[in-house]
Write a protein that binds this ligand. Structure first.
Ligand code: 13P
Length: 248
């Protein structure tokens, strides 16, 4: 049995005044710790204070992106080691917003995932098709190709999580049907099982894209869905905990 992970991606949202939401989630985390892992990925500016808010609780912290190198002349970037130093135990890499806004391709995403693992953190690697790719029947092919290009050799069930986030479902209120999610997660599982023998069958595959309290139970019950990567609904403790409640 794979323990699910519900992770909140705050994206470019949140200042010190929002730390109370993290404190409220942290306060509830121990009550869910037996059945689900919980994580918030705040902006890097909040990471250290958010970690203090969550210290001593089961709530984990993550970063949203990192540079593939450990240190150096890369103005404005942060490394996985720096995120770990600020309290992160995971880093999201390859989010579609990074792929689109910053032109990040699979090779760079793989290098970042490697850097995350080398820093002894959990890499949360995002993949997902656009609406055009889905409508032209190429969704599975596109996602499989991203997996082939983005996942580093030697990844294990304890150092890597895949997040399937259809681009057209992010922030739109639209979600794929449970059958479509099942088909995609099965295709991802099959790829992982053959690419990482002995590990791929245990790797967590999160679903992300307009997850909210009202649809979480249905999405989380789908085969091979081992948790969620939540954007907008992770910004308030009430909504985030409403999603976690899908595992009660
Ligand atoms: P929303 O939950 O706001 O659709 O965002 C999903 C996402 O991109 C999480 O990484």
């Amino acid at each position: 049995m794979v323990k699910p992970l519900v992770a909140g991606n705050w994206k470019m949202n949140g200042t010190a005044e929002n730390l109370g939401e993290i404190a409220a989630i942290a306060e509830a985390a121990d009550g869910h710790a037996d059945v689900v892992d919980m994580m918030i990925c705040p902006p890097a500016t909040l990471l250290r204070n958010a970690s203090y808010s969550a210290s001593g609780t089961a709530l984990k912290m993550g970063g949203q992106d990192c540079h593939p190198e450990v240190s150096g002349a890369h103005t404005g970037d942060v490394s996985a080691k720096m995120l770990a130093d600020a309290g992160a135990s995971a880093v999201i890499v390859g989010h579609s917003e990074r792929r689109a806004d910053h032109g990040e391709g699979d090779e760079l995403v793989r290098a970042k995932a490697k850097a995350v693992i080398a820093a002894n953190l959990l890499a949360i690697v995002c993949v997902g098709e656009t609406l055009e790719e889905r409508e032209s029947g190429q969704a599975v092919e596109r996602v499989t190709s991203q997996l082939k290009g983005s996942l580093p050799e030697g990844a294990t069930a304890s150092n890597l999580v895949v997040a399937y986030e259809p681009v057209w479902a992010i922030g739109t209120g639209k979600t794929p049907t449970a059958d479509d999610v099942a088909a995609m997660h099965l295709a991802i599982r099959e790829h992982l099982s053959s690419a990482f023998p002995g590990e791929g069958s245990q790797m967590r595959i999160l679903y992300g894209g307009s997850v909210k309290p009202s649809n979480a139970a249905e999405l989380m019950a789908v085969d091979n869905v081992n948790g969620a990567l939540v954007g907008g609904a992770s910004l308030t403790s009430a909504d985030f905990l409403g999603i976690v409640a899908a595992y009660e």
